[in-house]
Design a protein around this ligand. Structure first.
Ligand code: IMP
Length: 195
């Protein structure tokens, strides 16, 4: 089966390709469909955005498509930044500004009130309109200051449960082993192998 990865993010495409290579599928990317329109991520759930991206690309290409959406949920902030994770500090936000806003919103909160999780939803859409979703989570908490220089996004302030290190202080292999994205991808790869 051909599967189109509904992302123009090179790192995501490589990660998906690596994991799916053992699942007996031929992986195409949006580079194979340069005129495929950009999908607007305007839903209020990770699942809604992932399904929208995958199904629009499946419709355009006539092939099965897979898309993901991910972000950070902080319980004390009513699960914000959630689907707004990339744009938390505004449309021109970057990782640094997003972290700054998060730390200032959480100022004064005790450690017990700093619980959070990363969420990833992967949607798989077939041209016959059948849709499946797969979720991965990693539980942890938000520190009071940045630690480490690795990773991206909120990694410098995210500490996974039971570890004294932020996601920016561990290697990418160590992060991959526990990450929300990896967990969702593995569920998807298992599903594909059974098809
Ligand atoms: P998207 O899945 O590319 O839409 O990611 C949305 C945003 O969520 C990213 O820009 C990051 O701010 C945040 N995010 C998602 N996954 C991670 C992660 O593994 N580490 C740090 N931040 C993440």
């Amino acid at each position: 089966m051909d599967i189109v990865l509904a992302t123009r993010n090179k790192k995501k495409a490589e990660e998906l390709q690596r994991i799916l290579s053992g699942a007996g599928v031929t992986v195409l990317t949006l580079n194979d469909f340069p005129d495929c329109p950009e999908v607007v991520e305007d839903k209020d759930t990770f699942e809604g955005n992932a399904i929208k991206k995958a199904s629009e690309v499946a419709l355009y290409t006539g092939r099965a498509a897979v898309a993901d959406d991910s972000g950070l949920e902080v319980y004390a902030l009513g699960n914000a930044p959630g689907v707004m994770s990339a744009r938390y500090a505004g449309e021109d936000a970057d990782d640094d500004k997003n972290i700054e806003k998060l730390l200032s919103k959480m100022k004064g909160l005790e450690q017990a009130e700093r619980g959070a999780r990363f969420v990833c939803c992967i949607a798989f859409a077939r041209p016959d309109h059948e849709i499946k979703t797969f979720f991965g989570f990693v539980e942890g908490g938000i520190g009071t200051e940045r630690r480490g220089t690795g990773g991206f996004g909120y990694d410098p302030v995210f500490f996974s449960s039971g570890s004294g290190l932020s996601f920016a202080e561990i290697s990418s292999a160590e992060k991959d082993a526990v990450s929300h994205r990896k967990k969702a991808l593995e569920l998807f790869a298992d599903y594909l192998k059974k098809l």
